[in-house]
Design a protein around this ligand. Structure first.
Ligand code: ADP
Ligand code: ASP
Ligand code: MG
Length: 841
């Protein structure tokens, strides 16, 4: 039977790991394929997200003898495949067959790994054979899911049947001619009868018929190889980004989709670190008229980026930039190099012999030195090889030696229009100079297609943002393509406040900015949905949690630590992601991980901000480096705009000299009651009944909570010290400090009398007792004071908080902010304000 579509050129659709995170993601990919059935098509898939990494780690741990890790790792990977199969396929023979294949693949994996544990030797060949199952299983899964969705005749075709290579394990080079022939022979007839072949990416046959891999990220190459062989016009690479962007969106938040790029521009970007495209994927294109399209998995109707031989966007001499980090710069230098032919050739031959690739070369016009970049881990090998090569020149002092400078990054600015547009280099350097970034080395390719700049690795992110701005790349193609319409929130902590916040977000009006909770994480695990957890789902999770079911045990929940949960979320195409920390834990590491993954931070958690100064500085510096915001309004005055006021004053040129405040709702309530003549024991029991204090009220009474808030304010004012440097007066009587909680609560009456006396004393001095902090850049004190009845602090009511700012401008008459400072609803509202601030900027 000949299909009527078969006269059209075929299309290739490749789905990357990020688009194949789990069952639901795969179901979307199936929908995309179904929507493209008007032409013959071939599907290429990567392994499920993270599976290649997981398999490689299993292999690496196996040779170290870590049998326990192997077992757990294999079980986890197996479970993910099974979960995907069960999500995609109804019970029946198709599903049974798939489950059998999954079991087989993992049984074999465990067998091989058990062997590795014993022999402790891992070859590239075995590694390839092990990881190949990632792509093979996901292709099986995808084929079955397509079949189940009624896409028609679907055929799994194993990669070695159609992709042929030179057989270099771990990094095989495709054999174009043999691949052309094999792919046509095997796939041609399938397409002719209207079937949809599904091929594992990343894999190829060695000349003797074994399986090898094409290098990390290599399934892009599988797609273009098949496109070439079958005479496709279009190869679609479905990714977790809306296209090829003007810069890595994790580094430059302003990055925009480039509507169209020339193949040569794309090649430069891919070669210089733009992970979105595997550099060798462009090889099969040759001079052919094939367009690669980087398409958005999240938004399939948007056109994405076309990579082709057209030239467009003339107004943009520079179209995009990228950076290679983790590099070292090697310099061969010496007087004896002057005018001596062949030094450069020998230099690069010596490096090439060790299989090390060189990323950038500059030679001073005096020919006095040659300087080039290599991957940092290879730097020492490169140096050794050069020293050996130039042994006699070094002995004769014609060459001084070989210098290595580690810790650099190469930033590359790309655009065909650079040739013939004067002043591009000047703009790059001007932007860097303005930001105070030191340029270590420079190179411009003779093609004038790129300018490369070597900078210190620590400056790399900032450098990219500066250059991106200098060329106004956020306006490319109208600049509207990645207009922000969505903000994704990940909730770290799902206690009272977390749940209140989730409910508030779910109720927000969606237009014009949609804010969604995509993940909730607690100590047990997490629940995730890249499309956003719906209001009913959040309500159900909250109800379950209230009645004692942790998230891991909830429907759709997974068991995991915060680190894994973040890793998992970061593999999805989240929009303007924000991590909201509503825990009371020491989360510094998690927060850093989130910043590194491009998330903004909103904290209600005081811990990370009151941790050791070094951790605090690192967190702030990382946020700055990544161009992400860190908001934490609720860490000081719950819903009151305290931090906001501080920044507004500072930004308008005022200087805050002192902040005085009563930032504890619990203590405020307590002193209010005491002032009204209630007994201490009664007042404290009343506070407990209203749910104000911490589970152990001594945590409030000891003043540490106030001290933490004071430290957060102090650090804004420039206080250099630690929590221990704060003078804190504890309200817990000496003899009550070591008691078990129950006993402390039973014996409360014993302290009524001393408290009554204290209040009396305060009265007689016509003052009111307040528990107060005084914060200046040099000193922080926290403790009990009798304030004059005319002080604003004296008028405080109930759980109200109060903050008094003395500044250069508000000197005689300080600025006072008063309002309710406790309670989940007030706090959740304050957090929501922070979130909305980030959503709208
Ligand atoms: P695949 O799922 O097909 O393997 P990759 O993960 O290899 O896709 O590539 C997509 C990732 O590349 C994005 O998530 C993004 O973080 C990164 N990236 C780096 N530079 C760019 C860029 N200039 N444009 C788009 N994405 C980029
Ligand atoms: N799964 C392989 C990798 O992670 C190949 C790919 O994704 O392109 O590198
Ligand atoms: Mg990839």
């Amino acid at each position: 039977m000949v299909d009527r579509r078969s006269s059209l050129p075929p299309q290739i659709h490749k789905f990357g790991g990020a688009s194949l995170a789990d069952g639901p993601a795969m179901a979307r990919a199936v929908d995309i394929v179904r929507g493209h059935r008007d032409a013959p098509l071939v599907v290429v898939v990567s392994a499920l997200a993270g599976v290649t990494d997981a398999l490689l780690e299993i292999a690496a741990r196996a040779v170290q003898g870590d049998a326990e890790f192997v077992r757990a790792g294999a079980a986890a990977a197996r479970a993910r495949h099974i979960a995907a199969a069960e999500a995609l396929l109804a019970p029946g023979p198709r599903r049974d067959e798939l489950l059998r294949l999954i079991d087989e693949a993992f049984a074999e994996l465990e067998q091989i790994a058990a062997g590795l544990v014993i022999v402790r030797e891992l070859t590239a060949r075995t590694t390839d054979y092990l990881v190949a199952r990632g792509e093979r299983l996901s292709a099986r899964l995808f084929a079955a899911a397509l079949g189940e969705a009624g896409v028609g005749a679907v055929q799994f075709v194993d990669a070695p049947e159609v992709v042929k290579s030179d057989g270099t394990f771990g990094h095989a080079s495709p054999d174009l001619a043999r691949t052309d022939r094999a792919a046509r022979k095997v796939l041609g007839p399938l397409l002719a009868r209207g079937a949809v072949p599904v091929v594992p990416g990343f894999l190829a046959a060695t000349p003797d018929g074994q399986v090898a891999t094409l290098g990390r990220g290599g399934s892009d190459l599988t797609a273009t190889l098949l496109g070439r062989a079958l005479g496709a016009r279009d190869v679609a690479l479905w990714k977790d980004v809306p296209g090829l962007l003007t810069a890595d969106p994790r580094v430059v938040p302003d990055a925009r989709v480039v509507p169209q790029l020339h193949v040569r521009e794309a090649a430069e970007l891919a070669y210089y670190g733009a992970k979105v495209l595997y550099p060798r994927a462009l090889i099969p294109l040759g001079q052919r008229n094939i367009a690669i399209r980087i398409r958005s998995f999240a938004d399939p109707s948007s056109p994405g980026t076309e990579i082709s031989r057209r030239r467009t966007l003339d107004a943009y001499p520079v179209k995009a930039l990228s950076a290679v980090t983790g590099q070292a710069l090697l310099t061969v230098e010496g007087n004896g190099m002057l005018g001596v032919p062949g030094i450069a050739a020998r230099t690069f031959a010596a490096v090439h012999r060790k299989g090390i690739s060189v990323s950038l070369i500059t030679q001073a016009s005096s020919e006095h030195s040659i300087c080039f970049g290599v991957p940092e881990p290879a730097a020492e090998r490169a140096r050794a090889s050069l020293v050996e090569e130039f042994q006699s020149e070094i002995a004769r002092r014609e060459i001084d030696g070989v210098e290595v400078r580690p810790g650099v990054a190469t930033l590359v600015v790309v655009g065909l229009g650079m040739a013939g547009t004067p002043g591009i280099a000047a703009r790059v350097f001007g932007a860097l100079a303005q930001a105070g970034i030191n340029v270590i080395a420079i190179a411009q390719g003779s093609s004038e297609l790129n300018i490369s700049v070597v900078v210190d690795a620590r400056d790399a992110a900032r450098a990219q943002r500066m250059v991106h701005d200098a060329f106004q790349l956020s306006k490319i193609g109208g600049g509207a393509m990645t207009r922000r319409t969505r903000t994704d929130v990940m909730l770290l902590g799902f206690g009272q406040i977390g749940r209140a916040l989730a409910a508030m977000i779910a109720k927000l009006k969606r237009e014009p900015l949609a804010v969604k909770v995509v993940a909730a994480v607690d100590r047990s695990g997490f629940v995730f949905d890249a499309r956003g957890l719906s209001a009913p789902r959040l309500a159900a999770l909250a109800a379950a949690k209230t009645s004692g079911t942790p998230l891991a045990k909830a429907p759709g929940g997974r068991k995991a630590g915060a680190r894994e949960a973040l890793d998992f979320a970061a593999r999805h195409a989240l929009a303007n992601p924000i991590l909201v920390d509503v825990t009371a834990d020491d989360t510094s590491d998690t927060l850093k991980q989130a910043l590194a993954a491009g998330m903004h931070l909103v904290l209600a958690n005081k811990r990370p901000l009151t941790a050791h100064r070094k951790l605090y500085d690192e967190l702030r510096a990382l946020a700055e480096e990544r161009g992400r915001r860190l908001l934490h309004e609720t860490t000081v005055g719950a819903g009151l705009p305290i931090i906001d006021t501080f920044y507004k004053l500072a930004e308008s040129g005022d200087r805050v000299q002192k902040i005085e405040g009563c930032p504890s709702g619990t203590l405020g309530y307590l002193f209010g009651e005491l002032g009204r003549g209630r007994r201490f024991s009664e007042a404290l029991r009343g506070a407990i009944a209203k749910g104000y204090p911490e589970p152990d009220p001594r945590d409030d009474l000891c003043g540490m909570d106030v001290a933490r808030k004071a430290l957060i304010l102090g650090r804004l004012l420039g206080f250099p010290g630690e929590l221990e440097d704060i003078e804190v007066e504890s309200l817990v009587p000496e003899e009550a400090r070591g008691l078990p909680l129950g006993e402390f609560l039973r014996r409360l009456d014993e302290w009524d009398e001393p408290w009554r006396r204290r209040i009396e004393e305060a009265r007689s001095s016509r003052g009111v007792l307040r528990y107060r902090c005084i914060v200046t850049p040099r000193r922080i004190r926290v403790g009990l004071v009798a304030v004059d009845a005319s002080s604003p602090l004296a008028s405080l009511n109930g759980t109200d908080n109060q903050f008094i700012f003395t500044t250069q401008r508000y000197r005689a008459n300080p600025l006072v902010i008063t309002g309710p400072g406790a309670g989940p609803a007030v706090t959740a509202g304050g957090i929501l304000n922070d979130v909305l601030k980030l959503a709208s900027t």
